[in-house]
Ligand binder design. Structure first.
Ligand SMILES: [Cu+2]
Length: 204
């Protein structure tokens, strides 16, 4: 190898990177375009933002869970948080648990004198920029006519129906009997503690 050849190689190397860079940036532009296309093409419904969030339009459902039920129990309850972005509110108009429960109702707990009673709600508005927490002793989704017991560790498919966002399919984890929150937490995330704790009673 003589010095001239080495110098020529050096020159070629000095020129090469620029062409490579141009080729590379062209590829990058194509990749970026493809990526943005994928984002645009992603289905707007049923996209879990992460394992415990599900959203459509302005609505987001977070940390859904249910309590395990004893053998033979015909009712169960699901808890979660529903929030609406600042862009617009929505209204929960119904829910279902295909293959799990005959029907699902939206319930709330209310003081009636000294006792707390469950009351069915036809619908529940979620205001823009606000969230509604479903938690033990408060709002809950009541699963009626359970086909089988809810067993700890199961994942249960539920569908929430919203006036504007339409159907949002979610998966809720089954937590132990007596659990007060998902994943071993002592409360529903987003829930403001009101200090009172009532006996869980889902008899109608
Ligand atoms: Cu209830």
């Amino acid at each position: 190898m003589n010095i001239r050849t080495e110098a020529w190689k050096g020159l070629r190397l000095a020129v090469m990177p620029r062409q490579t860079l141009i080729a590379f940036s062209r590829q990058f532009v194509i990749a970026a375009a493809a990526a943005s296309f994928l984002v645009v093409m992603a289905p707007p419904l049923l996209v879990p933002a992460n394992a415990h969030e599900f959203s459509a339009k302005t609505v987001r459902v977070s940390h859904p869970w249910l309590r395990a039920t004893p053998p033979g129990a015909k009712v169960g309850a699901a808890y979660l948080e529903i929030s609406a972005s600042a862009e617009g509110g929505d209204k929960l108009i119904g829910a279902s648990a295909e293959g799990i429960a005959g029907r699902v109702e939206i319930h709330t707990h209310e003081h009636a004198g000294d006792v707390m009673k469950m009351r069915q709600l036809d619908a529940l508005p979620i205001e823009a920029g606000k969230s509604v927490v479903f938690a033990p002793a408060g709002h809950h989704l009541m699963l009626l006519d359970l086909v089988r017991p809810l067993e700890e560790g199961d994942l249960i498919a539920l569908t929430l129906n919203f006036e504007k966002a339409g159907a949002i399919a979610i998966e809720a984890s089954v937590e132990p009997i007596g659990a007060k929150g998902p994943h071993g937490m002592d409360h529903q995330p987003g829930h403001e503690h009101d200090g009172h704790d009532m006996k869980q009673d889902h008899k109608h």
